[in-house]
Ligand binder design. Structure first.
Ligand SMILES: *[C@@H]1O[C@H](CO)[C@@H](O)[C@H](O)[C@H]1NC(C)=O
Ligand SMILES: *[C@@H]1O[C@H](CO)[C@@H](O)[C@H](O)[C@H]1NC(C)=O
Ligand SMILES: *[C@@H]1O[C@H](CO)[C@@H](O)[C@H](O)[C@H]1NC(C)=O
Length: 531
C-alpha cells in the first residue's frame, strides 16, 4: 500500500510547524506531520446541517437513455446470496454455456479453462471452431484471490439475443488462488469497467466495448440485483435480478432516477459527499469518503469503506442500537448473529445513508441503506435460525459501493453520458406497501468538488516536496537527537514502529477466513480488481 501525502500542504506552514514543534516537544515532531493520509481539517458542517430536500428535479432529461428505437438486450441474473451475481453467456462455436459473474469493478473477461474443484464446467477452447489464441499470459490479482490465464478471442453470445454475438477477448484461466467459490455456481468473471484497467494493458478491449462496437446496442447497461433478506429454513433460495444492456428498463424501478458523474473512466469512480446514520452525518471531511476513490462494484458483496470512515461508522452504529445486545465482534465482522426465523430485530438497528454528488456543485442525492440491507443473511448452518453478518468492511483501496448497497437500487451505468444512475429497485425491501429503501435529492451548501480526492498531476511533485521537508526535519532535529542521547533515540524508534503497525492493520478478514462456516462468504468480500 502506498502512503499518500497531504495535498493542501503549505510548505512554509509546515516548516513553521516543524520548527515550533521541535522547540515545544523536542523530537516528537518526527515525520508524522507530513505523512497523514488526508488532511485533518475538521468537519464540513455545511453538508451536515444545511441538508434540504429539493423537489426540483435532479433528474436528467431521460429522452436520450429511454430511446425506444434502440435494441435492449435482457439477461437474467442469478446467484447465491453473498456469493456474486452472474449471467449466462454462450462462448465459442457451437456455444458453450457458462455462468459468468458480472463485475463492474474490473475489466477482463476470464473463464475457467481447466477443471477446478469449485467449478462444475469450464470453457474448452479446442471444442470451439472460432477460438483464436494469442501467446499472451495474463495475471490478475483481486482484493481477494487471483488467477493466471492465456489470452485469446472467441465468439461470445447472450443466449436470449442471438444476434448479440461478437468476437471478444477471453482469458482462459488455467490456475487460480482463492478465486472460484465453492457453491457460487459461476465459472468465470465478466469485467464491465473501462479498458484503462484491463490486464495486461489497456489494449485488451473489454467485452462490453466489443459488444457496443460490433452491434447496434448503445453504450449503457443497467443492473437490478435482488437478494431476499430473510431466507429461513429454505436455504435453496437464490439471488436473482436482471441486467439490461443498451438502455434502461422502466419496469424495474419506482420513482425518480438520480445520476452522479463518473469522475474518471477506469473503475466506475464516483464522488461520495457525505455519509451518516439515522440522518446524522458522520461529520468527517468529505475527502475521507473518497480516499482514494469511490467505486460502484457489483463484484464486491459489502460496502467497503476507508479505515477512518469505517471506524467512525462502526462506533456510531454501536451507539445507536437500542435494546439489543450486539457484540463488537459482530461489527468487526468476526462473528455472526443468529435469531429464530422471523424474529430478527431489524427495527432496532438504525438506517445508514450515503450521499453522492448531484448534477450541480451544490446538489447531492441520498441513498438510504436500511438494516435489512446492510445486515446480510449468511448460511450459519443453524436449523431454525437466520444468521447474519455485517455488510460493512474496511478498505485500504477506497470506498467500494458493493452489492449490499446496489441491492436496494436499479443501477444504470450510463457510459455514453459519463454517469451512474440510481433509482429505487422494484425488488428493494418493503415493509407492507412501503419501500424501506429511499432516494432523495438534496441541496447542500458545500461544493462537492471539494470532496474529490485527486491523486493525479500534483501528486509526484508533492511527494518530492514532502520528502525534502521530511529530510529537512531530520536534519534540523539532529542536534536534538545528540542531546537526547543514543539510548532515547533507540526507544523512540521502537515506539514509532509499533504505532505504525496498529494503524495499518486490516483487522477484518483474517480471523473470518479461518472459520469453515464463513469461508465462502469471506472470499466474496471483494472481486474488485486491485490496482
Ligand atoms: C436483433 O435482431 C432483432 C430482429 O431483427 C432486432 O430487433 C434487434 O434490434 C437486434 N438486436 C441487436 C442487439 O442488434
Ligand atoms: C463444497 O461445498 C459442498 C457443500 O456445500 C461440500 O459438500 C463440498 O465438500 C465442498 N467442496 C470442496 C472441494 O470443498
Ligand atoms: C424451521 O425448521 C425448524 C426445525 O428444522 C422448525 O422447528 C421451524 O418451525 C421451522 N421454521 C419455519 C419458519 O418454517
Amino acid at each position: 500500500m502506498t502512503r499518500i501525502f497531504i495535498f493542501e500542504v503549505n510548505c512554509l506552514k509546515l516548516i513553521i510547524v516543524f520548527t515550533s514543534l521541535i522547540f515545544l516537544n523536542g523530537i516528537e515532531c518526527y515525520l508524522s506531520v507530513p505523512l497523514k493520509t488526508v488532511n485533518e481539517r475538521e468537519k464540513s458542517e455545511e453538508v451536515v446541517t444545511q441538508v434540504q430536500e429539493i423537489d426540483r428535479a435532479v433528474i436528467p432529461n431521460d429522452q436520450d437513455v429511454l430511446d425506444a428505437s434502440k435494441p435492449l438486450i435482457k439477461a437474467n441474473v442469478g446467484g447465491k446470496p453473498g456469493l456474486g451475481f452472474y449471467i449466462e453467456l454462450g462462448i465459442g462455436t457451437p456455444p458453450q454455456e457458462l455462468s459468468i459473474l458480472v463485475d463492474t469493478g474490473s475489466s477482463n473477461f476470464a473463464v475457467a479453462a481447466a477443471a477446478h474443484p469449485f467449478v462444475t464446467s469450464y470453457y474448452e477452447p479446442h471444442n470451439s471452431s472460432t477460438y483464436e489464441t494469442t501467446a499472451v499470459d495474463v495475471f490478475v490479482p483481486y482484493t481477494q484471490g487471483e488467477w493466471h490465464g492465456r489470452l485469446g478471442t472467441d465468439m461470445v453470445t447472450i443466449p436470449s439475443s442471438p444476434n448479440s454475438t461478437v468476437r471478444a477477448n477471453i482469458v482462459g484461466i488455467y490456475s487460480s488462488e482463492k478465486f472460484f467459490i465453492n457453491g457460487s455456481e459461476w465459472q468465470g468473471i465478466l469485467g464491465m469497467a473501462y479498458n484503462s484497467i484491463a490486464r495486461p494493458d489497456s489494449s485488451v478491449t473489454p467485452y462490453f466495448d466489443s459488444l457496443v462496437g460490433g452491434t447496434t446496442v448503445s453504450d449503457i447497461f443497467s443492473m437490478q440485483l435482488c437478494t431476499p433478506f430473510s431466507i429461513g429454513n429454505n436455504s435453496s433460495i437464490d439471488s436473482s435480478g436482471s441486467m439490461t444492456i443498451g438502455g434502461i428498463d422502466p419496469d424495474l424501478y419506482d420513482g425518480k432516477m438520480f445520476f452522479t458523474r463518473i469522475k474518471r473512466k477506469w473503475y466506475y469512480d464516483v464522488t461520495v459527499t457525505d455519509m451518516g446514520v439515522n440522518g446524522h452525518s458522520l461529520s468527517l471531511d468529505c475527502k475521507e469518503y473518497n480516499f482514494d476513490k469511490s467505486i460502484v462494484d457489483s463484484g464486491t458483496t459489502d460496502l467497503r469503506l476507508p479505515q477512518k470512515v469505517y471506524k467512525k461508522l462502526m462506533s456510531t452504529l454501536a451507539n445507536q442500537i437500542e435494546d439489543v445486545y450486539v457484540p463488537d465482534t459482530f461489527w468487526k465482522g468476526t462473528e455472526l448473529m443468529c435469531w429464530d426465523i422471523g424474529t430478527v430485530p431489524f427495527n432496532r438497528f438504525p438506517t445508514v445513508y450515503l450521499d453522492l454528488e448531484g448534477p450541480e456543485d451544490d446538489t447531492s442525492f441520498r441513498l438510504t441503506i436500511p438494516p435489512e440491507q446492510y445486515i446480510r443473511w449468511v448460511n450459519g448452518n443453524e436449523p431454525g435460525k437466520d444468521c447474519y453478518k455485517t455488510g460493512f468492511a474496511s478498505s485500504t483501496t477506497g470506498t467500494v459501493i458493493g452489492a449490499v448497497v446496489m441491492e436496494g437500487y436499479y443501477v444504470v451505468f450510463d457510459r455514453q453520458n459519463n454517469r451512474v444512475g440510481f433509482a429505487v429497485s422494484k425488488c428493494a425491501v418493503v415493509n407492507g406497501n412501503e419501500s424501506l429503501v429511499k432516494i432523495s435529492g438534496l441541496r447542500v451548501k458545500a461544493n462537492s468538488k471539494e470532496c474529490i480526492y485527486d491523486t493525479s498531476d500534483s501528486d509526484s511533485v508533492l511527494v518530492v516536496i514532502s520528502y525534502v521537508l521530511a529530510g529537512l526535519c531530520v536534519l534540523s532535529v539532529l542536534p536534538v537527537f545528540i542531546l537526547y542521547g543514543y539510548h532515547n533515540l533507540k526507544n523512540m524508534f521502537k515506539k514509532r514502529m509499533s504505532d505504525d503497525h496498529s494503524t495499518d492493520g486490516e483487522p477484518l478478514h483474517q480471523p473470518l477466513d479461518q472459520t469453515t462456516e464463513n469461508r465462502d462468504d469471506a472470499i466474496t468480500d471483494s472481486q474488485s480488481q486491485q490496482w
